[in-house]
Design a binder for this molecule. Structure first.
Ligand SMILES: Cc1cc2nc3c(=O)[nH]c(=O)nc-3n(C[C@H](O)[C@H](O)[C@H](O)COP(=O)(O)OP(=O)(O)OC[C@H]3O[C@@H](n4cnc5c(N)ncnc54)[C@H](O)[C@@H]3O)c2cc1C
Length: 365
């Protein structure tokens, strides 16, 4: 059997491309996945207590792209869900992103309008001449006290380095609001797959043109498998046998716990922003999935250096290593690199879907 495409990885990038190639242009596809399941980091399953959990941390779907939403809607029904996050400081909980409610509660103020919040922030901000790191961008927006309370220790725990040693994009992607909007995201489409992510992936790749090999590292089958083109969604440095060095990632250890009560916390996610608490955040899955059950499951996240590659670390050093791999990629024919590991770029799920749809169009042009 000769396949038209060998696709490495059964996450969003691999499954979208397999689905398009099989259903739209009748290509024969083999997907090879080293884990024991499909879905990549968006994989979900019922735990031993019957609660639907996300094994690689809470995945909230949100997008402004009608195209992405309509594409995925072929494979799932949706359940409306707007994510809310609170930060725990001392014994109190505050809305994140910082908004008018956060400021009024924290400083015992009575800011009543967007304009009053703007004026308040204008007074407390510590204007920086140039923004070259994550400390600059936050201090410039909200001043030192809010930076110290909500960002400094949390970022240090999450990334293992101080905000001043991280690119402005890391902390800068969290907005500061002048209104009372407590939603974490403001995208046009905010829904969760009604029956979970895994059934959605199953539907995507249930096509007679698609074969799936789980528990298989692609390198172990390369010599015995005949194919015309390769689509690679795994780590780019591994593909080249670390020729130019290892690309650094931040990883996470998840500690799951089931509790005999209907709920554990008031919202789907609580960020523990203080250095005295070792974990960074606690997710409670029933908020995300709208499941009704007598017990509840939470996960605590401990950020760490080693383990599954999760977040690319945006630094000058990693950029320079990735640049060398990009040069190697440009020398290859009939091999495409797609997704967050192959492109060494933090993407949300909707971005990976959008990029994969574009990649499909390029492949069949
Ligand atoms: C903790 C965490 C929380 C997140 N939360 C959100 C969120 O709330 N909302 C959101 O939009 N996005 C979120 N994301 C991002 C989301 O996970 C990614 O956008 C998405 O999973 C990327 O899909 P992908 O196919 O590129 O990569 P992946 O999902 O990582 O899929 C790549 C697949 O390739 C496989 N693979 C790797 N190497 C090999 C090999 N050698 N042989 C065979 N297979 C291989 C891997 O096992 C994996 O299954 C989160 C990410 C993390 C880490």
């Amino acid at each position: 059997m000769r396949y038209d495409y060998l696709i490495v990885g059964a996450g969003f990038a691999g499954c979208v491309l397999a689905e398009r190639l099989a259903s739209q242009v009748d290509k024969k596809v083999l997907i090879v996945e080293k884990r024991s399941h499909i879905g990549g980091n968006a994989y979900d399953e019922y735990d031993e207590n019957g609660i639907l959990v996300h094994r690689y941390g809470p995945h909230i779907f949100h997008t402004n792209s009608k195209r992405v939403f309509e594409y995925l809607s072929q494979f799932t029904e949706w359940q409306f869900y707007e994510h809310k996050v609170l930060a725990k400081l001392g014994t109190e909980l505050y809305p994140i992103p910082i908004n008018r409610i956060t400021l009024n509660k924290l400083y015992n103020l009575r800011l009543g309008s967007d304009l009053e919040v703007q004026q308040y922030l204008e007074n407390v901000r510590d204007k920086r001449e140039s923004i070259s790191n994550s400390e600059d961008i936050i201090v410039d927006r909200v001043g030192t006290d809010l930076f110290n309370k909500f960002f400094k220790d949390f970022t240090m725990k999450q990334w293992g380095v101080e905000p001043k040693d991280l690119s402005p994009s890391v902390c800068g992607r969290i907005p500061v609001r002048t209104n009372e909007d407590c939603r974490y995201f403001t995208d046009r489409y905010q829904f969760m797959p009604r029956d979970g992510y895994t059934p959605m992936f199953q539907k995507m790749i249930s096509n007679k043109n698609i074969e799936l090999a789980l528990n298989t590292d692609y390198k172990t089958i390369l010599t015995d498998t005949k194919f015309n083109r390769l689509i690679y969604t795994g780590p780019v440095d591994y593909f080249f046998d670390y020729l130019h060095g290892i690309l650094p990632y931040r990883s996470i250890r998840f500690e799951f716990e089931n509790l005999e009560r209907t709920h554990y916390q008031p919202v789907g996610q609580i960020n523990h922003v203080e250095s005295t608490i070792e974990f960074t955040r606690v997710a409670e899955y029933k908020f995300l999935t709208a499941q009704i059950a007598s017990s509840t499951t939470i996960s605590r996240e401990y950020a760490q250096k080693v383990g599954e590659p999760f977040y690319p670390i945006p630094s000058n050093e990693s950029r320079s290593i990735f640049h060398k791999y990009k040069k190697e990629i440009s020398k290859l024919k009939n091999i495409s690199f797609c997704g967050r590991l192959a492109e060494y770029q933090y993407y949300n799920m909707d971005q990976v879907v959008a990029n994969s749809l574009l990649k499909f169009e390029c492949l069949v042009k």
